[in-house]
Design a protein around this ligand. Sequence first.
Ligand SMILES: NC(=O)C1=CN([C@@H]2O[C@H](COP(=O)(O)OP(=O)(O)OC[C@H]3O[C@@H](n4cnc5c(N)ncnc54)[C@H](O)[C@@H]3O)[C@@H](O)[C@H]2O)C=CC1
Ligand SMILES: O=C(CO)COP(=O)(O)O
Length: 338
Amino acid sequence: MSARKPKVTVLGGGSWGTAVASIAARNTEVLQWLRDPDIAEAINTKHENPRYLPGMTLTRSLRATADLDQAVAAADVIVAAVPSQHLRGVLESVGEHVRPWIPVVSLVKGLEQGTSKRMTEIINEVLPGHPAGVLSGPNIAKEVVAGYAAAATIAMPDLTTATMLQGLFHVPWYRVYTSEDVLGVEIAGALKNPLAIAVGFGDGLGAGDNTRAMVITRALHELTRLGVAMGGRPETFTGLAGMGDLIATCTSPLSRNRTVGYELGRGKTLDDIIAGMNQVAEGVKSAGVVVSLARAHGVDTPIFDEVDAVINHGKSVESTYRGLLREAPGHEVHGEGW
Ligand SMILES: NC(=O)C1=CN([C@@H]2O[C@H](COP(=O)(O)OP(=O)(O)OC[C@H]3O[C@@H](n4cnc5c(N)ncnc54)[C@H](O)[C@@H]3O)[C@@H](O)[C@H]2O)C=CC1
Ligand SMILES: O=C(CO)COP(=O)(O)O
């Protein structure tokens, strides 16, 4: 007799939480928690998340609920898909209902303001004893739900758990690779967002393909320098969660982070851009956190510094690009600067 497959509970009702819940529901029993009972009802009866993935059909067996305690109590695996600034609060409110030792997988690509912590650090703090890991890669939610080929990496502290979880998320068009570099995979996902904002600046200003390629390439250099200084493995940053996600986020018109940069480059204010979005662009809140992490690790990060200056300190996008271009280039591989 085959063993029962682990039941998955996804916390979060946005586009990516819904996409991953729909994929995993092809492999096992999945319950998705979201705050709005009307959307839960629409997922259960119409197999659609009308707010975040309108018109897209989800796996029919996927079930949703607005009852957080019930959702968590049933879980053999928890998947966290709420925006980074809310993960701690959600986990604190469910703590006592979580079954002991079950793995917790973060899909979240942000850093906590105030503490500068990664999401797996928060999971380890709030739910000690649970193996905490991350699933990350170049994964624009709508494309994955539409069934276009994509891939990601699941990183857990041990390969046995990573391999068990791989089987829950892998489907023919969504290839899931394993890794033990939790820190590297996780930090890559958080760092690529402010860098996509920087690429959006250039696109919004009307700069061309050369500028975009230059910024993406130097952004990968900067992301890798900081990620390695923090303890990530160098090869992770040229993999799916690093270079792969950087390319997707910096070039996709569907990326929320790139769109923030693009609209700033076109002259809109940050407040107007955020007010017009019903989704999270994590890079807006993590830009300042990344700069403080870079200073703490003694890493020079000119692109991150410029994004932080625009987002948090009122610098204009035009002067950002002029400032970057004034800096004399050093050695391409070993140089510290931009
Ligand atoms: N959308 C995408 O293509 C991808 C997103 N991600 C990451 O997934 C995470 C979640 O983003 P999305 O699913 O895109 O969300 P979204 O931006 O589509 O929607 C935001 C979601 O967060 C929920 N939310 C807001 N405040 C909350 C709170 N206090 N408690 C609980 N839920 C709250 C909203 O109700 C909504 O369901 C982010 O860190 C994002 O960077 C990762 C890969 C792909
Ligand atoms: O993480 C993503 C793609 O992998 C989604 O990027 P945005 O949050 O910028 O839309």
